[in-house]
Ligand binder design. Structure first.
Ligand code: TRP
Length: 359
């Protein structure tokens, strides 16, 4: 294995992502989107504005859209497993409520644990990367450091290879992800390339997928200084009620200055709340600040509560309807599983042929 994996710079990935975005708009039919989530909890507005809406946009452009619910991946860094099934179904509810329509041909949602053909790709893929390459993965290193654990299970080091199997099983070409996932994309591209080079076929078996980076800036939590996340207790969940949303916003951090201005550098907390209003109403954050002015933090929060609840109302209504129909949610998953198994089976067949294992 010469040319060891270089975890490329953010700028290089951003440039590739920009070009991809331009071509996607012109030729949506050429591409296949695959992305995914770990079923570790419910989704919040950070997910909605940061990734879900981008998926809906691609889906509405008619690009075939595959979403893997990475349930095995949960086991790599979570000891608790009692909520995996619940969380999986809740993710599906959030996806549909946000605008993905499973009745359309171009959507496929599946948990990877139900697709043996995908999981089987892990074995040959593991032979295409070295231990030291997996050791150097910056995202995995961070996750290990954050876990504070002395012994790390081997699944933690190898899950990026499993993620490559998620993407390559359906031969996905576009992977909409955040910055932290870029090293995993690099591993996926390397595996595809090494496979094609080692097991030569007339047509290469795998495409080299590219990351599509989200354009929405990172959404901070209601405390204004760290990433929004459920575990940090600073998130507005899609499943929250309007009253819960109001209570959460009431507790949000602002600062001592009464007059509201939009100053992301020096007044991060206030700017974050203004940005959230702007995401809901489309109004410019500086213009919102001007309008509120001496109305102060109280008025800012009142406006945000109204804007957020109004914006989320249709989504939450849809959510509530879907919650009443668990059988439908299961049927969406089983339909996705059938399709993913069929496509992953075709890929596995090509892989077997290429590796000379066909009998
Ligand atoms: N690792 C991703 C996360 O933690 C989830 C994921 C699993 C994924 N498989 C994927 C993302 C395939 C994109 C493509 O968010």
């Amino acid at each position: 294995m010469s040319d060891t994996i270089k975890y490329t710079t953010y700028e290089a990935s951003l440039e590739r992502s920009r070009k991809l975005e331009e071509d996607l708009i012109l030729h949506p039919e050429k591409y296949k989107v695959l992305t995914g989530d770990r079923p570790t909890g419910r989704l919040h507005i950070g997910h909605l504005f940061g990734s879900l809406q981008n998926r809906v946009r691609l889906f509405n452009m008619n690009v075939p859209t595959y979403i893997v619910i990475a349930d095995y991946q949960v086991l790599t860094d979570h000891d608790a497993y009692d909520q995996i099934s619940q969380n999986t179904k809740q993710l599906v509810i959030d996806y549909i409520a946000a605008g993905l329509n499973p009745e359309k041909e171009n959507l496929c949602i599946f948990p990877h644990s139900y697709v043996p053909e995908l999981n089987q790709l892990l074995l040959p893929f593991l032979t295409l990367v070295s231990n030291s390459e997996l050791d150097r993965n910056p995202t995995v290193k961070e996750e290990i450091a954050a876990s504070g654990k002395k012994t790390v299970n081997a699944g933690m080091y190898t899950y990026p290879v499993h993620q490559a199997a998620d993407i390559l099983a359906v031969r996905g070409t576009v992977v909409p992800v955040g910055k932290d996932q870029l090293p995993h994309l690099e591993i996926t591209r390397t595996i595809a390339r090494r496979f094609n080079e080692k097991y030569k076929m007339e047509q290469p078996v795998f495409p080299e997928p590219a990351a599509l980076l989200s354009k929405t800036p990172l959404i901070k939590g209601l405390d204004g200084n760290q990433k929004m996340s459920k575990s940090r207790n600073n998130a507005i969940m899609l499943c929250n009620t309007e009253d819960e949303t109001a209570a959460l916003i009431k507790k949000a951090k602002t600062d001592a200055e009464r007059h509201i201005t939009y100053d992301p550098e020096n007044r991060g907390e206030v700017a974050n709340l203004l940005n959230l209003i702007s995401l809901c109403t489309g109004e410019d954050p500086a213009a919102i600040a001007d309008r509120i002015g001496d109305g102060g933090g109280g008025m800012l929060k009142k406006e945000l509560t109204e804007a957020m609840n109004e914006y989320l109302r249709p989504l939450r209504k849809k959510r509530a309807e879907l919650e009443k129909n668990p059988e439908y949610i299961r049927s969406v998953l089983f339909k996705g599983i059938d399709r993913a198994r069929k496509e992953a089976g075709e890929t596995l067949d090509l892989v077997r042929t290429a590796m000379n294992m066909k009998i």
